[in-house]
Write a protein that binds this ligand. Structure first.
Ligand SMILES: Cc1cc2nc3c(=O)[nH]c(=O)nc-3n(C[C@H](O)[C@H](O)[C@H](O)COP(=O)(O)OP(=O)(O)OC[C@H]3O[C@@H](n4cnc5c(N)ncnc54)[C@H](O)[C@@H]3O)c2cc1C
Length: 370
């Protein structure tokens, strides 16, 4: 089939690679001028590792595996040690692979067919579904008919808005924001530090390839343009204004100087169905679990695999194929989305009492490991 995939993130790249291996002809659009490669290390977990193996990418992932400083030191308002936490408790299994986002993106991009029609700085301006094909107009002025359109354009998906309806109908804000910025080379031999205060977490994180400052903050929904760097910086300054605990002001200033600052809502996508006519959604566009779940990458990879398998199982019957894709993907999504309620309370305790309770829990966890 002739298929258009919109968005070259983890979900779009993985879906394109799977579809091409099944013999489909894919055009891949990416709004940005290059792949998004900044960001934290990410984990590829559980069953998704088998899907990575099916793409022939497991050995490459394994070769680039990293291990973020295995332990994080939680500190109190004065910088005194509260507890040391191992990151292993997050893993599905010991086989989980932690990898730098730039490396994962490079490996997935390398899995595309060499002659892939990949168009950067290009998006969709109009979609009209018809009885046999879907007609799409692109921002580069071209237009064409496709057998299937796959929206892989993230939690703020344009394709979802154009085909299914406005974002607020599907995206639930979780009452918190994530912020993260690379701030320089890793500080050799240093652990990561995490500080909890009522309504926020702030961390100075060491990874093998960069030092990161980031965390989460509870907040009412802001009415700013997340793509406007000046507006984002002003919002972050407002959030931390006057906060003199630990090293907050120093770290926030360093973070704001970074050109790679990332700031967005923690949100989840809930839809009764991920397809309509010839259009289907994958990844965060369909089923974002939020960064707090730590499973979005795995879900993006599995979506591409299940969609491709389902199209092969139901030739000529898109409705049946899309239904099977959903039926196989939803259990993983539900598990990841459900995981987040507890994750918010653990990572962003709301009150001073909740912070103290979390500190106590961390001390107990540390003691139980000895
Ligand atoms: C800080 C952070 C840490 C995370 N840690 C983990 C982790 O440890 N493990 C894990 O599994 N997941 C993690 N995640 C989640 C994971 O990164 C995402 O869930 C996953 O990348 C979703 O992939 P996606 O391709 O659906 O969406 P995205 O990664 O958002 O990609 C969407 C792509 O579409 C493009 N695009 C957007 N709109 C358009 C348009 N209109 N036209 C064309 N292109 C468009 C975007 O530029 C982007 O390239 C984390 C996320 C964050 C933010």
């Amino acid at each position: 089939m002739k298929i258009l995939v919109i968005g070259a993130g983890v979900a779009g790249l993985s879906t394109t690679a799977h579809l091409q291996r099944a013999g489909h002809v894919v055009t891949l659009l990416e709004r940005a001028s290059e792949f998004r490669t900044s960001g934290s290390p990410i984990d590829v977990r559980g069953d998704t590792l088998d899907m990575v193996k099916a793409l022939g990418l497991y050995d490459q992932l394994k070769a680039d595996e990293i291990r973020t400083s295995a332990d994080s030191v939680f500190v109190d308002d004065d910088g005194e040690r509260v507890a040391v936490m191992s990151t292993h408790y997050l893993n599905d299994s010991d086989d989980d692979i932690e990898i730098a986002r730039p490396d994962l993106m490079r490996i997935l991009a390398g899995a595309l067919a060499p002659d892939t029609d990949l168009r950067f700085s290009t998006t969709v301006t109009a979609i009209a579904d018809g009885p046999d094909k879907v007609h799409v107009v692109l921002s580069d002025g071209t237009e064409d008919d496709y057998d299937v359109v796959v929206g892989a354009d993230g939690v703020h998906s344009l394709i979802r808005s154009l085909v299914f309806g406005p974002e607020p109908d599907y995206v639930r804000f979780l009452g918190a924001y994530i912020f993260l910025a690379p701030v320089g080379p890793p500080a050799d031999g240093q652990p990561s530090y995490l500080h909890l205060a009522p309504g926020r977490m702030l961390g100075l994180l060491q990874t093998p390839y960069t030092e990161l400052i980031g965390g989460y903050v509870r907040s009412p929904q802001l009415t700013i343009d997340y793509r406007d760097p000046a507006a984002v910086r002003e919002a972050i300054r407002g959030i931390f204004d006057g906060d003199e605990r630990w090293r907050t002001q120093e770290l926030v200033e360093r973070m704001l100087e970074s050109s790679g600052l990332y700031f967005d809502e923690c949100a989840q996508t809930y839809m009764d169905t991920w397809s309509k006519g010839h259009v289907v959604l994958v990844g965060d566009a369909a089923h974002c679990a939020s960064p707090l779940a730590g499973r979005g990458t795995s879900l993006g990879i599995s979506a591409g695999r299940f969609l491709t398998d389902a199209l092969a199982a139901h030739p000529g019957d898109l409705a049946a194929a899309f239904a099977e894709y959903e039926q196989r993907q939803r259990p993983y999504v539900e598990r990841a989305q459900a995981h987040v309620a507890g994750s918010i309370d653990r990572n962003i305790p709301a009150t001073a009492e909740a912070v103290e309770a979390q500190h106590e829990w961390l001390r107990q966890q540390e003691a139980s490991r000895v």
